[in-house]
Design a protein around this ligand. Structure first.
Ligand SMILES: *[C@@H]1O[C@H](CO)[C@@H](O)[C@H](O)[C@H]1NC(C)=O
Ligand SMILES: *[C@@H]1O[C@H](CO)[C@@H](O)[C@H](O)[C@H]1NC(C)=O
Ligand SMILES: *[C@@H]1O[C@H](CO)[C@@H](O)[C@H](O)[C@H]1NC(C)=O
Ligand SMILES: *[C@@H]1O[C@H](CO)[C@@H](O)[C@H](O)[C@H]1NC(C)=O
Ligand SMILES: *[C@@H]1O[C@H](CO)[C@@H](O)[C@H](O)[C@H]1NC(C)=O
Ligand SMILES: *[C@@H]1O[C@H](CO)[C@@H](O)[C@H](O)[C@H]1NC(C)=O
Ligand SMILES: *[C@@H]1O[C@H](CO)[C@@H](O)[C@H](O)[C@H]1NC(C)=O
Ligand SMILES: *[C@@H]1O[C@H](CO)[C@@H](O)[C@H](O)[C@H]1NC(C)=O
Ligand SMILES: CC(=O)N[C@H]1CO[C@H](CO)[C@@H](O)[C@@H]1O
Length: 679
């Protein structure tokens, strides 16, 4: 407590003193002329001055003791017991023990009703101490006159009297000499992501003003929303801040997903967003993004990742599936193995895997029956089977039989194994064999062998070479028992008509094959004096004809004798001819005779030689004179020779004759010559 000294004024003598504040003084007044009870004493004080003194401190007590005169009844002061408590009547405040200034053993309330207080000014014992006294006792009044007036201080102050002066004791929150200034707090600015509104009766940021904070959307106020400026010049609370609204963190769910969050403001707060992605083979259910909204909630539920499923696979006929489903029935990574029943074989992939796109890695495999090659075309035979599953498939048992004309070579039964192969090599039906045929002489065999050389079904056609004729059946067939339909035919040369030598000729034949048959050649010749008419050679043709008509032998002709040709010398001789082989031909003899008057000039007889020459030139009739002995001689010689020539054979004879003729020619001069060749 601050002690201040003031100007005091006493009844009867005014004492002026100066204090800290140079204002109107606060003065003490007393009345020792008339003692009064406490109530009247107070009334007197209140009437003439301000009130009964209210002792504030020891200094004041010492001062009063110093300036007041000793008075036997002593002085009343402004303390009274009300409801058992000592109270300052002026201020109606309790007397605090520290401020009490009781004399020893006081207050003792002796004789009761001692409800008022006197002060022992200038008493020997207990100087300036207090004592409780009955209020109806009469004592001097001790008063003060206050210095405070209505205008001394502002309304925000209590005017406090001091010794000789007053003081404006400011209400909390005010300051200044008259307490007219409100205390200021630090000015408040808009927080980040928010704003503040401040107002107060004494001005913003002044005592008792308040500031109201608000945050932007998505932000939450951390701290007090409202601040008040305290009398101390401090805000009653720390400045709040705006913090982004928080969302609950997303908890990782199982199921193989990943998320990618961005936190532009702060982690898991307003405007944070997360993107979700499922792992391979998983499908996102729900939204793939979520935002933390301004209310602190995620806009979308955390999605889930569900495993991709493939279409259920059904075991195809005759197959069995064994599946492993690590992530779910027929789901991603599921794999199924297919197996087939006995006798069936898998076609396709045996293992299927469910892929991440929901497709199986391969189409469902099928079981197909194990097949052996079809035995339908068993050549020349028949097949009969008993099938366990399907035709010509696993377990089929087949018997093989050959048709007529064929014999089975190999096993007569076979079955289809699990390898898809027949247990036995397919037998073959071998055709029955006939004896092989060879070309007949002068012929050819042409065969068709449908089932092998000279075996059942072989058909042979025998044909003869040109000039040969087939005897027998030309067509032969090998029958089912291995026999030919017929005995083989044979070829014989074509027969030409038989030839016999001409009457006047001869014949020389060669017969390469048989008499007068194809290829036979005959050479025909004529006896001397005869010449052949036609070609001498004949050949039997392939068609059985002779190359030509049989040539004939006709007698060699001599020049017909006639006298008309000759230059008429005289009368022609008469002529008498015999023609054994034709007119004027070989062997013809002509005899000449002249009339009697004449004699024959030349020979009387001409003979047609085998060479076609007359033995002599024609005679003529002349007057008889001439001998013809020489001519006769020649005639004889020729005659002999001719006779012999008939007996002789061909060439030699011919040569001889020819030579002879030539000699004769030389000898006989101009004889008409009939040059004809034999060939
Ligand atoms: C997360 O997303 C951002 C943008 O959306 C991208 O740049 C970044 O690479 C992503 N991170 C991952 C790990 O996916
Ligand atoms: C939040 O996000 C919205 C939309 O993307 C944007 O317009 C806004 O500015 C963001 N707010 C803050 C405080 O970043
Ligand atoms: C999220 O879904 C949208 C459409 O539904 C698509 O365009 C986008 O690519 C997806 N984002 C991711 C990360 O999968
Ligand atoms: C399928 O077959 C493979 C190889 O034979 C084997 O490793 C796998 O375990 C089988 N899976 C199932 C589901 O039986
Ligand atoms: C999955 O199967 C569907 C239908 O068979 C087909 O259209 C699609 O292309 C397949 N996807 C892939 C990746 O092969
Ligand atoms: C098959 O051949 C065996 C001997 O090799 C014989 O006993 C059986 O009768 C034959 N079966 C038929 C159907 O010909
Ligand atoms: C005729 O027969 C003889 C012997 O007999 C022979 O030498 C001659 O060559 C044959 N042929 C002809 C054309 O004369
Ligand atoms: C052979 O004789 C037949 C009749 O006998 C005849 O038709 C055919 O022309 C003759 N062939 C020859 C070459 O003379
Ligand atoms: C000193 C003084 O002013 N005394 C006056 C106090 O009041 C009474 C009336 O109540 C007057 O009579 C006194 O003169």
């Amino acid at each position: 407590m601050v002690l201040w000294m003031n100007i005091r004024l006493f009844s009867g003598c005014l004492l002026l003193m100066t204090g800290i504040y140079n204002v109107k003084a606060w003065t003490y007044h007393y009345n020792i002329d008339t003692n009064m009870d406490w109530t009247n004493a107070r009334r007197w004080c209140q009437k003439n001055f301000t009130d009964m003194v209210a002792i504030q401190n020891q200094a004041e007590i010492a001062y009063l003791n110093q300036i007041l005169p000793l008075h036997s009844a002593y002085y009343w002061i402004g303390i009274r017991k009300i409801d058992g408590h000592w109270m300052w009547v002026g201020t109606k405040k309790h007397l605090v023990p520290e401020a009490a200034n009781w004399a020893r053993n006081e207050p003792n309330n002796q004789g009761t009703g001692e409800d008022c207080v006197e002060i022992y000014i200038k008493r020997q014992k207990d100087t300036a101490k207090w004592n409780d006294e009955r209020c109806n006792k009469k004592k001097a009044a001790l008063c003060y006159l206050a210095s405070c007036s209505d205008k001394s201080c502002s309304e925000h102050a209590e005017c406090v009297e001091t010794i000789g002066s007053y003081k404006c004791q400011c209400d909390p929150g005010f300051m200044g000499p008259r307490c007219e200034e409100a205390v200021q707090c630090w000015p408040v600015k808009n927080p980040q992501q928010g704003f503040v509104q401040c107002e107060g009766v004494f001005g913003a940021f002044h005592f008792n003003s308040s500031c109201q904070f608000q945050c932007d959307t998505g932000f939450r106020l951390e701290g007090e929303q409202r601040l008040r400026c305290l009398a101390s010049g401090h805000w009653d609370n720390a400045l709040p801040v705006c913090q982004a609204v928080q969302c609950l963190p997303i908890i990782d769910a199982p199921g193989g997903w990943s998320m990618n969050c961005t936190h532009p403001l702060s982690i898991n707060s307003f405007n944070s967003s997360c993107e979700f992605k499922c792992g391979e083979g998983f499908e996102l259910q729900g939204s793939n993004t979520t935002w933390c909204d301004h209310t602190g909630h995620w806009t979308h539920k955390t999605p889930t990742c569900t495993v991709v499923t493939c279409n259920p696979v059904l075991a195809s006929a005759k197959s069995q599936l064994t599946c492993a489903d690590p992530l779910g029935k027929f789901s991603f990574r599921s794999s199924c193995n297919a197996t087939c029943e006995e006798g069936y074989r898998l076609r396709g992939e045996s293992t299927l895997t469910c892929l991440s796109d929901g497709n199986w890695s391969a189409p469902t495999p099928e079981c197909e029956v194990i097949r052996c090659d079809a035995l339908e075309s068993f050549q020349h035979g028949t097949v009969q089977c008993q099938d366990r599953l399907e035709k010509f498939s696993y377990g089929s048992l087949c018997w093989l039989e050959c048709g007529a004309g064929f014999t089975l070579s190999g096993s007569n039964s076979t079955y289809c194994t699990s390898q898809g192969k027949w247990s036995q090599d397919l037998p073959v039906c071998q055709a029955q064999q006939c004896s092989p045929l060879i070309d007949p002489s002068h012929g050819t065999v042409t065969c068709t062998h449908p089932h092998g050389q000279f075996s059942f079904g072989t058909v042979c056609e025998v044909s003869c070479h040109e000039g040969f004729k087939l005897h027998g059946t030309p067509r032969m067939e090998c029958l089912e028992m291995g026999k030919w339909t017929d005995t083989p035919p044979f070829c014989l040369a074509q027969q030409c008509p038989l030839l016999t030598a001409q009457e006047n000729g001869w014949m020389n034949c060669s017969h390469p094959h048989s008499l007068f048959s194809y290829g036979s050649q005959c050479f025909l010749g004529c006896k001397a004096g005869f010449e052949i008419i036609g070609e001498p050679g004949m050949e039997c043709s392939a068609s059985g004809n002779w190359s030509q008509e049989m040539p004939s032998c006709t007698a060699v002709r001599c020049a017909p004798l006639s006298f008309s040709q000759l230059p008429e010398v005289g009368p022609p001789p008469s002529m008498n001819c015999s023609h054994p082989h034709g007119n004027f031909s070989f062997g013809s003899q002509c005899f000449f005779q002249c009339a009697k008057s004449h004699k024959l000039n030349g020979t009387s007889q001409l003979i047609c030689t085998s060479k076609g020459y007359w033995t002599n030139s024609l005679p003529s009739c002349v007057v008889k004179e001439m001998s013809v002995s020489a001519g006769m001689l020649i005639y004889a010689a020729v005659g002999v020779a001719s006779s012999a020539g008939i007996l002789l054979l061909g060439g030699l004879m011919f040569l001889l004759m020819r030579q002879f003729t030539k000699k004769g020619e030389k000898i006989n001069g101009p004889v008409p010559l009939l040059e004809e060749s034999f060939f």
